[in-house]
Design a binder for this molecule. Structure first.
Ligand code: P6P
Length: 345
């Protein structure tokens, strides 16, 4: 069965090589509103630097692992760190030094980290999502969300981070793959940058990305389908019907990679709840909500199957949620199937 797999969008910048050199620093500065203090821009740039450092480490993970397997300690006398821990430390360290962030919610930390200096922003992040794929050299990512403190300059409270995604002022991800990309939005569209490893710069690749009209993929782990609620299974059956637009089933097992491919080519990524884990596996604050924010900025939607992920009020920083995120018409179609009355098996 041939599947429609459109070329990715044309690069945002064309023409002469000089026109290609739009660094993220220049793009952030050009796009920030006149009234901006520059704090958000500066903090996003800190996350870009973290991405460069994590990219460098992930690119060498296999080599380091080999050293680790021989029991050799590296030249600095350091014990081989797991990449999850490394990514978490790099992000926390850069945000702490940057002075724009007052609190950090990280998948790798049981509690919120409060920074001195009371910067005006709160960050939620999954420092390295999909790290179980590293030994198979499968792409992985960092996901982040950004809230503005309710009372900037004051000591942050739980009300500054335990809040719905609708309050996000920015979100994005880094994708460590054949190339390293940074994709973010501050509410004025979704923009993608590619790291030039020689220059050490993130250069603009696409600005104002939107889900294509004709979706090409649905990303569901079909091996778990017998544990899903009926509506989700009905969606997958619909996706396979002859009278449904042709789509391929692609599931990488790395949410950032699945989301990114579906953003460029059109599609939906899902991690449904199951009968023994109704809330599913992914976390709301630092996976579901940031991806849903980006999806909405790109003309799509993120849902738990019934409600926008951006409307959900988390009760706990590590709260899980079912996630269906991607092209609007696919997510809405999924919600329709989920809302239908149960049918006898
Ligand atoms: P499963 C990676 O561990 C992750 O959190 C997501 O990136 C990915 O989509 C999902 O889990 C894969 O989980 O159960 O299909 O292996």
């Amino acid at each position: 069965m041939s599947t429609f797999d459109p070329d990715p969008p044309a690069p945002a910048v064309g023409g002469s090589p000089a026109a290609q050199l739009v660094t993220i620093k220049r793009f952030l500065a050009d796009r920030q509103p006149e009234s901006a203090t520059g704090d958000l821009t500066s903090m996003l740039y800190d996350l870009a630097v973290a991405g460069k450092l994590i990219s460098n480490k992930t690119r060498r993970a296999g080599l380091t692992d080999m050293l680790g397997r021989s029991g050799v300690t590296n030249v600095q006398g350091e014990e081989q760190k797991s990449l999850d821990v490394y990514a978490d430390e790099v992000i926390a360290g850069l945000l702490a030094q940057g002075g724009r962030v007052s609190a950090l919610v990280s998948e790798e930390q049981p509690e919120v980290t409060i920074f001195e200096g009371n910067g005006p922003y709160v960050v939620t992040c999954d420092p390295l999502d999909g790290s179980s794929n590293i030994d198979a050299n499968v792409s992985i990512g960092t996901i982040f969300g950004v809230f503005k403190q309710r009372e900037p300059g004051s000591r942050p409270t739980v009300d500054d981070w335990l809040r719905p995604g609708r309050d996000l002022v920015a979100a994005g991800y880094l994708l460590y793959s054949t190339s390293t990309m940074l994709v973010y939005s501050t509410g004025d569209g979704v923009h993608a940058f590619t790291l030039d490893p020689e220059a050490g710069e993130f250069l603009l690749t696409w600005s104002d990305l939107e889900f294509p009209a004709d979706p090409s993929y649905y990303s569901f782990n079909l091996a778990a389908s017998r544990h899903w609620e009926q509506g989700v299974e009905r969606f997958v059956h619909w996706a396979n019907r002859d009278d449904t637009p042709t789509m391929s089933q692609r599931y990488i097992g790395s949410a950032v990679s699945d989301f990114h491919r579906n953003l460029l080519h059109g599609g939906i990524f899902a991690y449904p709840g199951t009968d023994d884990e109704p809330a599913g596996k992914l976390r709301l604050l630092y996976e579901g909500a940031p991806l849903a924010y980006l999806a909405e900025q790109a003309g799509g939607r993120g849902s738990d199957g019934r409600t926008s992920l951006l409307e959900l009020q988390p009760a706990d920083i590590h709260q899980r949620t079912p996630v269906f995120v991607g092209a609007l018409e696919l997510v809405e179609r999924l919600e329709e199937f989920v809302s239908e009355p149960l049918q006898d098996a």
